[in-house]
Design a protein around this ligand. Structure first.
Ligand code: ADP
Length: 512
């Protein structure tokens, strides 16, 4: 199969979050199975053109009644084999991408011209394919910045009829986080070159604004998100970010496929960032990591006290309000009442960073490092006995999977990918791989941490068995890649791909 990934991020070229890891890892897993996978990215200022190959000639991209000209560079995705290389194409446009930052900079969190920048990128995807004379069977777009690519396929390319290059291309849109939709003033619709009838037919309309992701959700042939539970939750009003109606409407073609993890980087048997490697049969390295973690963070080195670890962005999504909210957060009472140690690595909202700093000065068993630290995150996974992740919503979540394979039992909220990867402890039988709670309240976090600490002190055999169970879990991308291939095959098998543009959706009311 010829598969094109259209994305605003892919490691190692551009990353702000899990999207970048997922796009590259999925591409590599698909290529390893013999498919012709290629990635398309904007050429951000931070990507050095001296490491890239420039394709001959310039490229014209229809935009807003005129044309924008750009250059195209290429590289091979690191990690792909000689036999199945994954080419990456970069669209280079000085005015749109020749600046620091991907979506914004420190002075401007969301660039004012983002709708224009990413409309351009999505339109350029087709022009690059024409330039390299390569037509994908599947156009796989990721998140709102690439969501207009399926729209252009349906409302621009397919209407060219059976002779058009993309007449047989099917599209897939993956939602990595429904919280980000790309909502902008509708005057920006001008840049798409699409008619105003398409504004309504493609579902761009969002109140008096235009919504990139919503148009993509209406227009792509198949949709998915990154865990089965999150796919169900996003179809409810509570978790649907106002797009639950659209997702319910598309529910026949909307699934959840769990992300994998990078098993080369996150594997306690080979990890070079921890003091000593370990495995389920030889746990000496885990004890060494726990001692190192306690020492590094300035806590008493004591193998008998359970260590609860956290590595997180300090933002509302991650449940930090319920943990660290001044006066009501449960972290303070957990550390005051229980014989446990709490270790945190994270950065984010200023109020939360300040609150954490103030708590560490008042609690002898809570230590934190504010910042981003790759090695620190490995040490916390390896050295902790439990891993705390009380997320409000979690499309997939990586840290709980790392925790399972590193033998740190996840204490997590029963939501999204957390619900799909962690099995709740059963006190009678000892089954399970972690501790789950439903309500996001300080009391629920307090009680569940207390439950885990109780099991640590009173049911150590259960803890050890759960640990072994978790460490044997396999979260590689191979399984996810198989599910994506099944979705691609399903998308390609649609009768009469050409003519799909005649489809007229329901009235485009938000929250339908
Ligand atoms: P999200 O993508 O919503 O932040 P995930 O659990 O899916 O949450 O992935 C977060 C990733 O970022 C993990 O790999 C985690 O280890 C890493 N991470 C988050 N904060 C930090 C930090 N302060 N230092 C090091 N790594 C971090």
């Amino acid at each position: 199969m010829k598969i094109l990934m259209a994305s605003s991020e892919a490691v190692p070229f551009a990353k702000t979050g899990g999207l970048a890891d997922a796009v590259s890892a999925l591409s590599l897993a698909l290529a390893a199975r013999g498919h012709d996978v290629r990635i398309m990215l904007p050429r951000y200022y931070g990507i050095d053109t001296r490491d890239l190959r420039k394709l001959e000639g310039e490229l014209g991209v229809p935009m807003g009644g005129g044309e924008e000209w750009c250059a195209v560079y290429s590289a091979v995705l690191p990690g792909s084999s000689k036999k199945n290389p994954v080419p990456v194409y970069f669209v280079d446009h000085e005015h749109f991408f020749g600046r620091d930052g991907i979506y914004g900079s420190s002075g401007e969190t969301d660039f004012l011209d983002n709708p224009r920048r990413f409309t351009f990128f999505c339109r350029a995807v087709f022009q690059v394919c024409r330039k390299i004379r390569w037509t994908p069977d599947i156009l796989h777009a990721h998140d709102w910045p690439a969501a207009l690519a399926p729209v252009f396929l349906k409302f621009w390319e397919r209407p060219l009829g059976p002779e058009g290059e993309f007449a047989k291309t099917a599209s897939v849109l993956t939602v990595h986080n429904l919280g980000y939709q790309g909502i902008y003033g509708k005057e920006n619709f001008f840049y798409t070159n699409l008619g105003w009838d398409v504004f309504y037919r493609a579902g761009f309309e969002d109140g008096n604004m235009m919504n990139f992701l919503k148009a993509g959700l209406y227009s792509a042939d198949r949709l998915n998100t990154v865990s089965p539970t999150y796919a169900r939750e996003t179809q409810t009003q509570a978790q649907g970010f106002r797009l639950d109606g659209v997702l319910r409407y598309r529910s026949d073609h909307y699934t959840g496929i769990l992300n994998g993890i990078d098993t080369k980087v996150w594997n306690p048997k080979t990890d070079r960032l921890i003091p000593q490697t370990y495995s389920v049969d030889n746990m000496a390295g885990k004890a060494a990591a726990k001692a190192a973690l306690q020492k590094t963070f300035g806590l008493p080195v004591d193998a008998d006290i359970p260590v609860f670890g956290m590595v997180t962005r300090l933002t509302g999504q991650k449940g930090v309000g319920e943990l660290f909210g001044p006066a009501y957060g449960s972290a303070w009472s957990i550390c005051r009442d229980m014989k446990v140690q709490l270790v945190l690595l994270g950065s984010g909202e200023a109020w939360c960073e300040n609150e954490i700093k103030s708590l560490t000065s008042r609690l002898p068993n809570f230590r934190a490092r504010i910042g981003y630290d790759e090695a620190g995150s490995h040490l916390i996974e390896a050295g902790s006995d439990f891993f705390l992740m009380p997320s409000r919503w979690e499309p997939c979540g990586l840290n709980q999977m790392y925790s399972l394979v590193y033998g740190a039992l996840p204490v997590v909220r029963n939501t999204g990918g957390l619900a799909d990867t962690v099995e709740n402890y059963h006190q009678e039988t000892g089954s399970g791989t972690g501790f789950l709670f439903d309500d996001l309240t300080p009391a629920a976090i307090y009680n569940t941490v207390g439950w885990a600490a109780w099991a640590w002190y009173n049911r150590r055999k259960h803890i050890e068995a759960m640990r072994a169970r978790g460490m044997k879990r396999n979260f590689s991308w191979t399984e996810s890649a198989k599910q994506y291939l099944a979705m691609y095959a399903d998308a390609c098998s649609m009768p009469n791909l050409v003519g799909q543009h005649n489809f007229v959706g329901p009235p485009n009311k938000v929250g339908l």
